[in-house]
Design a protein around this ligand. Structure first.
Ligand SMILES: [Zn+2]
Length: 506
């Protein structure tokens, strides 16, 4: 971009991010960081620009007006209305990857990894569940805006989406629609009956009769009649027997009714906007069988639900922050059938949740889906932040780790983890150079992973943050180190997906 010498000088003084500089019409926009951690929006405009008045900040005069303003939600919204590439879009069936970012400053590292990976992977840099927002004290709007500032900082114009992750209620949807999300992940997990796999037949039939048939716009007789004929999935024949069908509907029937309710609400409140839906049942106790997947897809479709990706619960264990745990041959066989079902009954993408660090299955997932796949990563961006802290200020990481050890038993309850405190290294007397290695030790890694909410919100008796401020200071004063850690971490995830990636057809 050609800038005048004077503009160049101003931008250098303000420490503008070169990749953010955008000229549009009479205005020049940029993101600056005059002091570490104090990022500002900078806009240059001709004198008396009407457009400039829409932004908040301090304006100074001269041959051209310069406004320096905060990265608040007002300026974010105004900037989005001027620069169309800052608005999230829908991604359709293109290969995609989502990046949960609990601190709100990881987007540049994510986008750099994606850029270097090549191929056609569309990013979802705003991705947070309501559970994570609650734990970190951030609102849907903050998460959304933080990602947008990252997109702006990197000058990423290739498109992105914003994922309102693991939504469970109508209220969750409304908050995220108001913020402008484009990708809605419905999680009906609380309505999945995990006892269906093993319940004795008598109890099973009672539950079957008690399903919400009106909401399902169905009856037991009609359901049983619909599945009498065999189902064909790319040369495989799937024949439902009565018991399999009854178990599948007891397990997922209420979940389907709930998804239909959420979906219709979203369709009503989002009419006229661009939006798309993912359905996730990944956080249930038992794997989703191929027959159950067929049942889910068939019934959701019958109720008018449309989705771009679906996250069944696969075989094996998808624990937080560590590689896949289970038999790879069994996973491959199971996953191949799910991929075939997704092609036959959609097509739609298969989604991999808790997808960080699952290095041994990426190739399988990318290959078997032929790129019709969405990878969801979350939490390991926080771990890379901790790695950066460990490298720069090992004492602080030692304190965070000691605190995480105390909180682990309490915080682990809602996560799939198997770390044990007695296998985790002790922080006492650990030499500085060993501290970063905590991020690579199985138990320490999971313990640090699930205690993020406690760490980020911990305060002393006078209400001062125990760790958050210190962490952010390190990350703000070493943004390149953090971005580099993120980039190398996520490149390991994305390379294999890039090789099989497909762009969405228009
Ligand atoms: Zn999930």
């Amino acid at each position: 971009m050609q800038l005048s010498d004077r503009t160049h000088q101003i931008f250098t003084e303000l420490r503008v991010y070169p990749s953010s500089v955008t000229q549009q019409g009479e205005l020049t926009y940029a993101l600056a960081e005059p002091k570490p951690g104090q990022r500002q929006l900078v806009i240059l405009a001709p004198p008396a620009s009407r457009l400039l008045e829409q932004f908040v900040g301090e304006a100074s005069g001269g041959a051209q007006t310069m406004l320096v303003g905060p990265l608040d939600s007002h300026n974010a919204r105004t900037l989005r209305s001027e620069l169309s590439w800052l608005n999230p879009a829908t991604l359709g069936l293109g290969t995609s990857a989502g990046f949960g970012d609990r601190l709100g400053i990881a987007t540049p590292g994510h986008l750099r990894a994606l850029r270097e990976a090549g191929g056609h992977i569309a990013p979802i840099p705003a991705q947070q569940s309501i559970r994570e927002m609650t734990r970190t004290g951030r609102s849907p709007q903050q998460v959304f805006d933080d990602a947008m500032w990252g997109v702006f900082a990197e000058g990423w114009r290739a498109g992105f989406a914003a994922d309102a992750d693991h939504l469970k209620s109508i209220d969750d949807i409304d908050r995220c629609v108001a913020a402008g999300y484009t990708f809605y992940t419905f999680d009906p997990g609380e309505h999945v009956d995990n006892t269906a796999d093993t319940a004795p037949v008598a109890a099973l039939h009672q539950k079957f009769e008690a399903l919400p048939w009106a909401a399902l716009e169905d009856s037991p007789e009609d359901l049983l009649a619909r599945y009498l004929a065999p189902q064909y999935v790319e040369g495989r024949v799937l024949q439902f027997d009565g018991e399999t069908l009854v178990r599948a509907s007891v397990k997922y029937g209420r979940a389907i009714a709930h998804v239909a309710r959420l979906y219709r609400h979203l369709a009503t409140v989002s009419s006229g906007r661009a939006w798309e839906v993912e359905i996730s049942v990944d956080e249930t106790e038992t794997p989703t069988t191929p027959a159950e997947h067929v049942y889910l897809a068939t019934e959701l479709r019958r109720l008018g639900v449309q989705w771009v990706s679906l996250a069944p619960r696969y075989v094996g264990r998808f624990e937080k922050g560590v590689d896949y745990i289970g038999d790879l041959a069994a996973f491959t066989a199971d996953f191949a059938i799910h991929a075939a079902i997704a092609r036959t009954f959609g097509p739609y993408k298969l989604s991999l949740h808790s997808g960080s660090d699952k290095f041994s299955i990426y190739e399988i997932a990318a290959r078997e889906t032929r790129g019709l796949v969405h990878l969801k990563t979350a939490g390991t961006s926080y771990l890379e932040a901790l790695r950066t802290v460990a490298q720069v200020q090992p004492d602080l990481l030692r304190d965070i780790y000691a605190f995480s050890l105390e909180r682990y038993e309490m915080d682990r309850s809602s996560y799939h983890v198997s770390a044990e405190l007695d296998r985790a290294p002790s922080p006492a007397g650990m030499p500085d150079r060993a501290v970063p290695m905590l991020l690579d030790q199985f138990d320490a890694r999971q313990i640090l992973h699930v205690t993020f909410g406690s760490v980020l919100t911990a305060q002393d008796s006078s209400g001062r943050s125990l760790f958050y401020d210190g962490m952010m200071e390190v990350l703000h004063s070493h943004p390149e180190a953090y971005a580099a850690n993120l980039k190398s971490h996520f490149l390991r995830h994305l390379r294999l997906f890039a090789a099989y990636s497909k762009q969405a057809k228009e």
